[in-house]
Design a protein around this ligand. Structure first.
Ligand code: HEC
Length: 417
């Protein structure tokens, strides 16, 4: 989906940055002990077999073979993929998602030195970060392998009622997914239908367990438990906090597929994996805040809209935020505007459709009565925007498909603290 400049173009860009020609001997930086730990911890999470990115850079041989490309992408800031700014707020995994200037320079120096191995005895290889929960106890699987039926706009929203395996109230403390077909899955949503009649809002008689579900994207009686989008890592709540699921709750899975309608239909079979427990101190829920009446002018390279919500409900605790836009999204920011006038940053950063994340705060945040929660999105709808799909660009309004835009900040919160 993301279109990066070809390597040659990036190389030309770097050539123009006018490196000093005087000092032509690059410092001698070796893989073992100097670069390996950074590349494994911050790149091989995705660049390993089965990972989100191409190649496998967890070993010297494979990384050295890609050294020139690694240098170019790192030097231009194209990698690692954009992630929220940890200076706004510290969140789980932040240290893995950013390179320091020093690390960037060391990778460049290593590539410039011809990607030498150095002495394997100096190896300081960390484990490749494992980005799945291995202590889940419940699998909620699609009841069927689905063959996609995308519309003219290449979208399909397909919903299924899942078997609820619980015989007593359980609390979900960790959430992971097994995406069946990463090429086509643009989101997964897990929700509870509070009235147990999922599908009726989409015109079914309420007995179907699988149905198309679009316009609106959610039935009004659905309580969201989780949203997954490409790049998302597992969600874990702080100790003692979890989402509540009761026996008999009707669990609904919504799949958003995006695939070229002119190509042969693909199939998908995805699943949710949950870690649950029988007791928590605090029950968390999910809520979304964001504007939905915007028009992004054709050609605008930086257009923003925002929404704010005053807290009329009482003291709340926020555990994490998930910024969501579609392909033209370029920047997000959210903060709490306090009654006294000060502002507290919640989450902000460059937006990358392929690296959407629920940023779980290292320390939960208090959102007090009369404070305001502000959410702002910025889009790039210029002809040369990285993910522009209209030629020429068109005005874009709010919509559910990947060829319209959204601006949502989904929060995990609880009442009280
Ligand atoms: C969160 C996942 C993720 C992380 C972390 C990540 N990458 Fe990538 N990388 C990707 C994806 C996905 C692509 C495919 C290009 C695209 O569509 O953006 C890619 C492409 C690349 C490419 C182009 C390779 C090719 O064969 O086309 C290079 C080079 C690269 N990444 C370097 C790095 C380096 C160096 C790091 C660590 C500093 C890193 N990446 C961290 C996901 C990641």
């Amino acid at each position: 989906m993301r279109v990066l400049l070809p390597l040659t173009a990036l190389a030309a860009l770097t050539a123009c940055t006018g490196k000093d020609a005087v000092d032509s001997t690059p410092p001698d930086v070796a893989w073992y002990g100097e670069v390996e730990d950074t590349v494994i911890e911050k790149c091989a999470t995705c660049h390993q077999p089965g990972g989100l990115g191409p190649g496998d850079w967890s070993t010297y041989e494979t990384a050295a073979a890609g050294a020139e490309a690694i240098k170019v992408y790192v030097e231009n800031g194209a990698m690692p993929l954009a992630a929220a700014d940890p200076e706004c707020r510290s969140y789980h995994g932040a240290e893995r998602m950013h390179l320091t200037d020093e690390e960037t320079q060391r990778i460049i120096d290593w590539a410039d030195a011809g990607a030498p191995a150095g002495n394997p005895a100096h190896s300081n290889a960390p484990e490749i970060p494992y980005l799945h929960l291995d202590d889940t106890d419940t699998t909620l699987e699609m009841p069927l392998e689905h063959t996609l039926e995308v519309d003219e706009g290449d979208n399909e929203y397909f919903c299924m009622i899942l078997d609820n395996p619980f015989t007593e109230t359980r609390y979900v403390t960790g959430i992971d997914v097994e995406v069946g077909n990463r090429e086509v899955v643009h989101h997964m949503l897990l929700a509870v239908d509070m009235n147990g009649n999922a599908g009726v809002g989409y015109g079914t008689d309420g007995t179907q367990t699988a149905f198309r579900c679009q316009d609106p994207i959610l039935e009004s009686d659905w309580l969201l438990l989780h949203a997954w989008t490409p790049g998302m890592e597992p969600v874990e709540f702080p100790d003692g906090v979890g989402l509540q699921v009761n026996p008999g709750d009707q669990l609904v899975l919504q799949m958003h597929y995006y695939a070229d309608h002119d190509l042969p239909a693909q199939t998908d079979h995805s699943a949710y994996k949950l870690r649950t427990t029988d007791h928590v101190n605090t029950v968390a829920e999910m809520a979304a805040v964001g504007p939905d009446d915007f028009r992004i002018p054709a050609g605008a390279d930086s257009y923003s809209d925002s929404e704010s919500l005053e807290n009329d409900f009482g003291r709340m605790t926020l555990y994490g935020a998930f910024p969501h836009m579609h392909l033209l999204g370029s920047y997000f920011s959210s903060s709490i505007r306090k009654m006294g006038g000060s502002e507290e940053c919640l989450v902000r950063g460059e937006y990358d459709f392929d690296h959407q994340m629920t940023y779980m705060f290292d320390v939960p945040v208090q959102f007090n009565r009369r404070d305001r929660l502000v959410v702002e999105c910025t889009w790039n709808n210029a002809a040369d925007a990285p993910n522009q799909y209209n030629d020429p660009p068109q005005d874009i309004v709010w919509g559910e498909g990947s060829n319209a835009e959204m601006c949502y900040m989904l929060f995990y919160y609880s009442m009280g603290q």
